[in-house]
Structures are given as structure tokens and as C-alpha cells.
Design a protein around this ligand. Structure first.
Ligand SMILES: NC(=O)c1ccc[n+]([C@@H]2O[C@H](COP(=O)([O-])OP(=O)(O)OC[C@H]3O[C@@H](n4cnc5c(N)ncnc54)[C@H](OP(=O)(O)O)[C@@H]3O)[C@@H](O)[C@H]2O)c1
Length: 334
């Protein structure tokens, strides 16, 4: 049997590297779409095929697709995972998360390479937080809080306008695991003895380990389902305090708990944004991010993907142990 081809965009990123590993393990001919500037440190397997993918124009996309067909044949599946989660300018979210998705889809259509399934990696941010005490459901109205969430929603809405284009959309909650830098920031501050809360309300949170997310994405891709959103988490709901407690238990750390007033954090965020504009580096905290910290409920109901046979392997305890062990091995955590 010929191996099926899967094209994975954003392959050089955190989640992309798990998608590549999963694709190889499942026996796909795995084509990692990367940029000239992409770091390949997590893409060392010699079985990976690399293809330079430049989303900036129709011409460069046509070129990449033609090169794909010449080298590998038909594009069976596309997992469109490339995206920006943090940006200094809101237009960048729209350009990368929405416009690049449109350009890629149009290029596939133009080059008669509509795949058997196109999987868009969107985000829980496209839905926004839960409107009440219940977890967010895939059928809930989508009311994003942030420019990031709105850009993901625009890409989703574009897909829903298409006729005869087979797609599914994955909306992961917060993703963590070895290689991740965002949750690492929290783990590292606890390691240094600080536990920071913004406001004093506490939050309901959900998480998914990147390996479980990658498994869920392939389940949705290989299923017969089309034109549907799948929220993905580890099926559990955690309070922010329980999340921090889990990290403290693993690290065997006592911390100084600091509750920062929202107004103060907003001032810090404005300052961080100004520094970001000058240095060109995107700060971990900005006013958009703050909106996410203020929302009380980010729990999700992942039952739609569960029905397709998704069984997460990692609860938070196992997943954080896995991540922290990796951070220690890599020297990220002392
Ligand atoms: N991490 C989470 O908690 C989370 C949660 C929900 C959804 N998501 C979504 O999951 C996807 C992957 O996120 P991640 O956390 O793995 O982020 P990441 O580590 O920052 O990886 C982003 C990937 O997208 C690529 N990319 C960014 N801008 C691009 C552009 N203009 N053209 C081509 N490629 C571009 C990057 O390529 P370079 O290496 O060349 O920069 C990188 O491979 C994103 O779509 C994100 O919105 C993430």
C-alpha cells in the first residue's frame, strides 16, 4: 500500500513537532512545511521531508504546491497548524491566522489539489470563554475576546463558506508539554518561588498535553466527519490554584503567593507592549492576554472528539511530570 501524504504547516513549532512525530509513527509520508528561517531543532527524524512554504503570495504558494506534487504526488491531507498566538500588532493575527489560511485553500483549489481532508488548527480562543458556569461546547456561539481569537474565527468562517472543500476544525484549549514555552513561564516562576494570581477571582481552566492533542487531530483527520468543530482538552476542569498546586507538588516548592490587581497588571502590560514595539520581541503579557486572564471560565466539553474514540493519555499530573522532567533534562529548569 502506498503511504498517504500529509502536509503539516507550522511543523517547526511546538505543536507542529508533535504532529510530525505522530504522522511518522502512524506511517504517513510526512511533509513538513517550513520557512527559510524556521528552526529545525525538533525535526531531526531522517524520515521527515521538508518543503519550503512561503505564504506571502499566490505565486510562492503555487510554486510550493507544484513542488509537493512533483516530489510526492497527490496531497492527501493538510494539517494547517501554522499560526501566531502572540503579536505586537493585531493585523498580524489577521494576516497569519486568517489571510494565510484563505491563500492556502485557494492555492490548493487553483492547483487541483483539494485534499481528502483539510484540518485547521484553530483555538478555544475562537469561541471565547464559557458564558456561564458550564464548559464551552462545540455548538456554542463563538464570541472571541481577543484579536487572536477573532482572527481564528474569521479563518473558520471562511472555511464554512466553501462548497465541496472537505475540512474539520480543531479548537484546542491551552496546550502544554515538553518544548512549550508558555506554561513553562509559569512553572519557572514557581520554581523561583513566586506564584502569581491576577485579580482575586480565580479561574476554571482546561489543558491538553501536546501528544494527546496530536492524537486527537489525527482521529478527526482520519474520520468520515466533515465541516465540524472539535474542542480538545484532557476532559478535566482545574482551578488556577489546583494547577499551581500540582506544579508545586512536583517541584516540591513552597511559594510566595502574590495577588496582583488587574489595574496594575494592565499598566505592566502597556509597558511590556511599548518595550515589544521597540525591541520587536512580542511580550508574554500584553493587554490582549490580560483579557484571557480575567475571564472566569475556560473549561471545555470535548465530548464530540471523545465520540470518535479520543482517549487522552495525560491528566495534568502525568502531563506536568512529563513536561517538568523534560525541562530539567534540557537544562531549562535547574
Ligand atoms: N500553544 C497553545 O496553547 C495553542 C492553543 C490553541 C491553538 N493553538 C494553535 O496551534 C498552532 C501552533 O501553535 P504553537 O503553540 O505550536 O505555536 P509555535 O510554537 O509558535 O509555532 C507556530 C508555527 O507557525 C509557524 N508560523 C508562524 N507564522 C508563520 C507565517 N507567517 N508563515 C508561515 N509559518 C508561520 C511557525 O514557523 P517558524 O518556526 O518559522 O516561526 C511555527 O512553525 C497555532 O495555529 C496556534 O494558534 C496553540
Amino acid at each position: 500500500m502506498m503511504k498517504k501524504n500529509v502536509l503539516i504547516t507550522g511543523a517547526s513549532g511546538f505543536i507542529g513537532s508533535y504532529l510530525v512525530e505522530t504522522a511518522l509513527r502512524k506511517g504517513y509520508n510526512t511533509i513538513a512545511a517550513i520557512r527559510k528561517s524556521s528552526n529545525k531543532q525538533y525535526l531531526k527524524d531522517p524520515a521527515i521531508h521538508f518543503l519550503e512554504f512561503d505564504f506571502t503570495s499566490d505565486l510562492t504558494l503555487d510554486h510550493a504546491i507544484r513542488e509537493f506534487v512533483d516530489r510526492f504526488g497527490k496531497i492527501d491531507y493538510v494539517i494547517h497548524n501554522a499560526g501566531v498566538t502572540r503579536a505586537n500588532k493585531n493585523e498580524e493575527y489577521d494576516q497569519v491566522n486568517c489571510e494565510n489560511t484563505k491563500r492556502l485553500v485557494h492555492a490548493l483549489q487553483r492547483n487541483s489539489q483539494v485534499p481528502d481532508k483539510f484540518v485547521l488548527i484553530s483555538s478555544l480562543a475562537a469561541y471565547g470563554p464559557a458564558k456561564n458556569a458550564s464548559p464551552v461546547k462545540a455548538t456554542d456561539p463563538k464570541e472571541p475576546l481577543t484579536a487572536y481569537g477573532r482572527s481564528k474565527l474569521k479563518a473558520e468562517e471562511f472555511l464554512y463558506t466553501l462548497k465541496e472543500f472537505p475540512f474539520v476544525i480543531i479548537n484546542p484549549t491551552a496546550v502544554y508539554g515538553p518544548k512549550d514555552k508558555d506554561v513553562f513561564f509559569l512553572i519557572n516562576s514557581i520554581q523561583k518561588g513566586f506564584e502569581v494570581y491576577i485579580g482575586n477571582k480565580g479561574q476554571l481552566l482546561s489543558f491538553v498535553h501536546a501528544a494527546d492533542l496530536a492524537a486527537a487531530i489525527f482521529i478527526a483527520m482520519e474520520s468520515d466527519v466533515l465541516g465540524k468543530n472539535f474542542l480538545v482538552s484532557d476532559r478535566q476542569v482545574y482551578t488556577s490554584a489546583a494547577f499551581n498546586q500540582q506544579i508545586k507538588t512536583i517541584l516540591q516548592k513552597k511559594t510566595l503567593s502574590i495577588v496582583m490587581p488587574v489595574a496594575l497588571v494592565r499598566t505592566v502590560a502597556v509597558f511590556a507592549e511599548m518595550v515589544g514595539t521597540i525591541t520587536g520581541k512580542v511580550p508574554i503579557l500584553n493587554r490582549e492576554r490580560l483579557k484571557e486572564f480575567e475571564a472566569p471560565n475556560w473549561a471545555v466539553d470535548s465530548s464530540e472528539i471523545d465520540l470518535l474514540g479520543y482517549h487522552p493519555k495525560f491528566n495534568l499530573e502525568a502531563g506536568l511530570n512529563d513536561a517538568i522532567e523534560w525541562y530539567k533534562e534540557q537544562g531549562w529548569l535547574s
